[in-house]
Write a protein that binds this ligand. Structure first.
Ligand code: BEZ
Ligand code: FE
Length: 301
């Protein structure tokens, strides 16, 4: 199958030689004890050879590809996972999420996890502030957690994390402090609420080979403004998602293809003199508020 240009014509003899190699490689997996592994390896080989033959890859281009993947490996360490970034920017992460999180009734849609989640983020009570010193405009976030039968889910664990107004997650600070992340639990009625900062756009790490790929293809590293959620509750499918800011110019060009229309929410700007929901004094600054009602599918659905 050809993505764009027609492949250069090749002789029947050449085609046969190439086909024969593909068949030999496929046959080499015949003794794989694990049937699923055999299926994956055969399919990967088939598509890889299709790609090589489709673009008639030159030996120089093959070497460039190997050098690129080598650089992706070299920059990857405990703190930076360039292979996941590559998967994200090629849409492979979102495709895997689509395959594994089929739509179920009105369950909230999933989106990309990203590299900035941290286990053991601090606990805040419902109504608390997850900003923890992250700079930005204060934002009141509230909603409910329900199952697909509409029943409130009490005690759901809600992890939230976000970048500050300069586009940095706390793990990118050099002083090791925790900010812009926390977990809380839904109350007896399934409700939850917290203060955060209004999400702003930021670039994915683009000083490595993935950034070079984006630059070479004239693609932007920018992510649309978002606030991450991971919601877990017994008997229900874990939801990894974000909410996005309606009106953000980057919604249609998110660098990791994470935006889904159902996740775009109104973040309503509030005047400085508007009373806050919990009476918090914001020192005369403007703030925003949004609502995100979360619906969890049954586990295993
Ligand atoms: C993020 O939203 O945190 C993210 C997702 C994919 C790649 C880089 C960052
Ligand atoms: Fe993010």
């Amino acid at each position: 199958m050809t993505a764009d240009a027609e492949p250069a014509p090749i002789s029947a003899e050449q085609r046969e030689r190439e086909d024969e190699l593909v068949q030999r490689v496929l046959a080499s997996f015949a003794d794989t004890p694990d049937a699923r592994l055999e299926q994956i390896m055969r399919s990967a080989v088939l598509h890889l050879h299709d790609f090589l033959r489709d673009v008639r890859l030159t030996e120089e281009e093959w070497k460039q590809g190997i050098d690129f993947l080598t650089a992706v490996g070299h920059i990857t360490d405990q703190r930076r996972q360039e292979f996941i970034l590559l998967s994200d920017t090629l849409g492979a992460s979102m495709q895997t999420i689509a395959i594994n999180n089929e739509a179920y009734a009105d369950a909230t849609e999933a989106t990309v996890f990203g590299p900035f989640f941290v286990d053991d983020a601090p606990h805040v009570e419902c109504g608390g502030d997850i900003a923890g010193g992250a700079t930005g405009q204060a934002c009141w976030v509230e909603g409910t957690v329900r199952d697909t039968d509409g029943r409130p889910v009490a005690g759901a664990r809600i992890e939230v994390w976000e970048a500050d107004e300069d586009g940095f997650y706390d793990v990118q600070y050099d002083d090791g402090r925790t900010a812009g992340r926390a977990h809380l639990f839904s109350d007896d009625d399934g409700g939850y609420r917290f203060w955060a900062v209004t999400p702003t756009p930021y670039p994915i790490p683009h000083d490595g080979p993935v950034g070079a790929m984006l630059a070479a293809t004239h693609r932007s590293p920018m992510r649309a403004s978002h606030l991450h959620f991971m919601v877990t509750a017994p008997g229900l499918r874990t939801l990894v998602t974000h909410i996005f800011v309606r009106g953000d110019d980057l919604l249609s060009s998110d660098s990791v293809f994470g935006v889904k229309e159902s996740l775009v929410k109104d973040f309503v700007e509030q005047p400085a003199d508007a009373a806050t929901p919990d009476g918090r004094d914001l020192g005369g600054r403007t703030w925003s508020r949004t609502r995100f009602d979360i619906v969890l599918a049954p586990a295993g659905s």
